[in-house]
Write a protein that binds this ligand. Structure first.
Ligand code: ADP
Length: 590
């Protein structure tokens, strides 16, 4: 990557840091300057007291007092640093993490489901989502390091050169060695990080299987665990194979660096002892070099590593921005046309894997008013058709055009309310599970809206019996007295969610799936009532639902087999007629 690009990426991250916490930048910048000044004062003070102790005839009390002053200085500088590093910075890092999560979550949702089929995107998103925003403050850290490095480098350079140029040479050699090692290690680290990404994502899935309550039942009833343990072993072996080279490289460099450090240390010791014996330096100077040589080398290194460090960091930042900069998923547009409420499917086909078509050349004018039922065998493509209609997936062939009379419904997200088969209930309050409170919305009207939705789905009576009502937390994940709802109740919650969204077209995929017959009957009545002022499109295997609808679509093998009102389809005596007859026979037996 070019330097200019690295710097641009780092500055972009720094701008985010400034937005997240301007205090972090200002306080740490001031602290860096003060810390460098403090270090200089302390070091000079230390050198002088050692020489006072060894060479002067000052009384013991005087020596004790200057030692105390020295330790007081140390204590003040450490405690300021400690408070900033552990108190202020840690608090600010929570704020920064919150900002970062908001950014990543917001952005990843905008990219929508369609991007998840891209593996590289999934790996990067996984990594970005698991990070706590550390990359936000890394560039600021390099700048602070650089400033501190320059100030202290100038100081030590002056100090060492005054004693003997050989100390500057040793410090330089150590620094250059460290820079070469760091450059090699960084490259290997980044390679390792890239191979870690996919493994981490798979590993977390496996970990969730053993940890999450929702899998516990199946994991106990069926001997699946053993397969996943095998899978884990396989993944671990594969992962090791792919990162082995980088891992060995890192360890090899570390060992080599350690051996060279030892050599430099011995070399400087020999020189120092020789200078001390030949009285070229004082004990204070001996002590200052021995304690600060590594520090001085570190400072040279920090100054020289500034550019390599930011280019290394830019590689990671680029990954995060590749998630943020990914094009937003644009939901299909809805045309505002007076008196026309329809979705027109023109030669629409769809395939999940690019090979096997799940929907084949569908031509259809689907009214977005009244009630429509979609029936057909399992796997015939009904749910896929619904996802395409909602705009969650784009057709792989052909197109869908939407028209609706309401100018405020600009895209499919604003047009449809949905209850899909794979709905999820979250570890939040019941109210938050149904609808997020809008900005400026009054508590009273919000609560009324939630209650109306619960009333519609038939869950209100139960919820009102909970001591915290609609503020009851679901699941024990975050709250010890979190409530567990039954499968049917969870579905009612999802129905309430669809109702509360209050969009003009309600789309329900198998809404009676988990409901008992009484609840099912009640739901049919409600959908019928609802469809008086809203449109309803429902996928169902239960033909009871289809009796009072305006239109029935029969799906078979990715195509529309029959299309018409229930009366028309019964007259045609096709598939729908046969299914209805079977059902009537069954009812007769019961
Ligand atoms: P239905 O709702 O009529 O039961 P679906 O639309 O769910 O049918 O599924 C139609 C076909 O598409 C099935 O053969 C299924 O295997 C396949 N399918 C469904 N969802 C996915 C998916 N996310 N990825 C790949 N294939 C899928």
């Amino acid at each position: 990557m070019k330097w200019s690009e690295s710097i641009k990426l780092n500055i972009r991250m720094l701008k985010h840091l400034f937005k997240a916490s301007p205090g972090y930048c200002i306080v740490n910048a001031v602290n860096t300057v003060c810390d460098s000044a403090f270090l200089i004062v302390r070091t000079l003070f230390y050198k002088n007291i050692i020489d006072v102790v060894v060479y002067s005839k000052e009384p013991m009390e005087y020596v004790i007092v200057i030692f105390l002053i020295y330790y007081l200085l140390m204590a003040v500088s450490y405690s300021i640093n400690f408070r900033i590093q552990n108190n202020f910075n840690e608090k600010e890092k929570i704020r920064i993490a919150q900002y970062y999560k908001n950014l990543i979550c917001g952005e990843s949702i905008k990219k929508s489901i369609s991007n998840f089929s891209d593996r590289e995107y999934a790996d990067r998103l996984h990594n970005a989502a698991y990070s706590d925003g550390e990359h936000l403050y890394s560039f600021a850290g390099f700048i602070f390091d650089f400033v501190n490095g320059v100030v202290t480098f100038i100081f030590f350079f002056g100090l060492f050169i005054e004693l003997h140029p050989v100390f500057v040479l040793v410090a330089f050699m150590t620094a250059v060695k460290n820079i070469i090692c760091a450059a090699k290690t960084n490259k290997a680290q980044f390679k390792k990080y890239q191979t870690d990404l996919m493994f981490e994502r798979h590993n977390r899935y496996l970990y969730n299987l053993f940890y999450l309550k929702q899998y516990a039942q199946e994991m106990r009833m069926y001997p699946i665990a053993v397969h996943f343990v095998k899978k884990f072993k396989l993944l671990k072996e594969l992962h090791w194979k792919s990162k082995k080279k980088s891992e060995y490289q890192i360890r090899y460099i570390e060992t080599l660096s350690g051996i060279t450090d030892l050599f430099f240390y011995l070399l400087s010791m020999i020189i120092l002892v020789y200078f001390l014996i030949t009285q070229k330096i004082t004990v204070g100077e001996f002590s200052i070099v021995i304690t600060n040589l590594t520090l001085a080398a570190g400072n040279i290194q920090r100054v020289l590593m500034f550019i390599p460090n930011i280019s290394n960091e830019a590689r990671y930042i680029k990954d995060i921005f590749s998630v943020i900069d990914r094009e937003d998923y644009v939901y299909p547009e809805v045309r505002n046309t007076d008196g026309q409420e329809k979705a027109v499917f023109k030669n629409v086909s769809f395939s999940y894997d690019g090979e096997n078509p799940v929907l084949k050349d569908i031509n259809l004018e689907l009214p977005l008013r009244g009630k429509t039922a979609i029936v057909g065998k399992n796997g015939s493509g009904k749910s896929t058709f619904i996802k395409l209609l909602l705009g969650l997936y784009r057709p792989t062939g052909g197109e869908i055009e939407y028209s609706y009379h309401d100018a405020y419904k600009c895209n499919t997200l604003q047009l449809f309310s949905t209850l899909l088969q794979d709905y999820k209930v979250f570890a939040l309050t019941i109210a938050d599970n149904i609808l997020q409170k809008g900005a400026g919305e009054e508590e009273h009207t919000y609560n009324l809206g939630i209650k109306e939705a619960l009333q519609f789905s038939g869950l209100l009576e139960k919820v009102e019996r909970f001591p915290d009502g609609i503020d009851t937390v679901l699941s024990g994940e975050f709250s010890e007295d979190g409530i567990c709802l039954s499968g049917g109740e969870q579905q009612k919650l999802a129905i309430a969610r669809a109702y509360a969204k209050n969009n003009p077209v309600l789309v329900l995929d198998e809404p009676s799936g988990n409901l008992d017959p009484i609840a099912e009957r009640a739901l049919i009545d409600k959908i019928n009532k609802l469809a008086e002022d809203k449109a309803a499109i429902l996928v169902t295997h239960d033909l009871v639902y289809t009796k009072n609808v305006d239109l029935v679509l029969v799906f078979e093998d990715g195509c529309i087999l029959e299309y018409g009102s229930p009366e028309e389809l019964l007259r045609e005596k096709g598939y729908y007629y046969r299914m209805m007859s079977e059902r009537s026979k069954l009812e007769g037996i019961v």
